[in-house]
Design a binder for this molecule. Structure first.
Ligand code: ADP
Ligand code: ASP
Ligand code: MG
Length: 253
């Protein structure tokens, strides 16, 4: 049995139908004989909308309150996704960053992960449930809600995968993987089947939005295999692996 962490970005959970589609995919991964832990982003443009709402009220909001507000987006998607899994006959429990044991420093809006102790998620998995964790958020050592910076759910997913000892961290998005250029802008861009961590870090540092830079750094540090793929298709994606790992050993490809 493999343990798979699946991260679904905002584009993959933008509305109720998308959440139901993602629930179906999670259940089928589980039915194939895997344990599945999920990290989810806020639905669609929720985070941008929350920022706009804050700016309407205070053009210079306190950073602590801003992080408190931003963490609300992922609470909505995680609980709706747990309900969608329940409605399809399986069991899932959602956890905030704090409940999932993500402790960070207090740099609001750009917090760094200090430790991840996801005992509650591990317990949910051991009882045959899906564990769903809110991406992009943690709790400071003082007990305040914090966020990891825009696009931070990618980093949450890798950190959870490392802490749980997962076999692979799958990053589900709205394109088929990592391409030679942004496929939405360059129609002739080609999907890259496999990449090294260093190659992916160069792309992320150059602004390639599909993976957050810190997520790739974290994955490289702990040799966590990444699989970037589409939640809208079953086509092959992009594997980002340590040099010595054979792609055929990665589960759920
Ligand atoms: P998510 O909502 O899943 O987190 P993001 O918007 O953060 O998704 O990242 C996916 C987007 O990254 C794609 O829709 C694509 O437009 C963009 N992108 C930019 N450069 C690339 C690239 N080289 N390969 C793949 N996607 C890219
Ligand atoms: N919801 C957050 C953002 O929009 C985190 C993420 O999607 O990764 O930046
Ligand atoms: Mg993203």
């Amino acid at each position: 049995m493999s343990l798979i962490v699946q991260k679904y970005g905002g584009s993959s959970v933008a509305d109720s139908d998308s959440i139901k589609r993602v629930a179906k995919r999670i259940i089928s991964t589980k039915k194939a004989g895997n344990d599945v832990a999920v990290v989810v982003s806020a639905m669609g443009d929720t985070t941008d909308d929350l920022i706009d709402q804050a700016m309407d009220i205070d053009s210079n909001p306190p950073a602590r309150e801003m992080d408190m507000l931003m963490t609300a987006g992922e609470r909505i998607s995680m609980s709706l996704l747990a309900m969608a899994i329940h409605a399809q006959g399986d069991r899932a429990y959602s956890f905030t960053g704090s409940q999932a044991g993500f402790v960070t420093d207090a740099r609001y809006g750009a917090a760094h992960i200090r430790s991840v102790k996801p005992q509650r998620v591990a317990r949910a998995l051991s009882k045959g449930n899906v564990g769903i964790v809110a991406g992009f958020q943690g709790v400071s050592t003082e007990g305040d809600a914090t966020t990891l910076g825009r696009g931070g759910s990618d980093t949450s997913a890798v950190a959870l995968a490392v802490a749980l000892g997962a076999d692979v961290c799958e990053i589900y998005t709205d394109v088929d993987g990592v391409f030679t250029a942004d496929p939405r802008i360059v129609p002739t861009a080609r999907r890259i089947p496999t990449l090294s961590y260093d190659e992916m870090m160069e792309m992320a540092a150059a602004g390639t939005k599909v993976l957050a830079l810190r997520c790739v750094e974290y994955a490289r540090r702990f040799s966590m295999p990444l699989h970037v793929r589409s939640s809208f298709s079953h086509r092959p994606g992009t594997l980002i692996l340590p040099q010595d790992v054979n792609p055929s050993r990665i589960p759920n490809v």
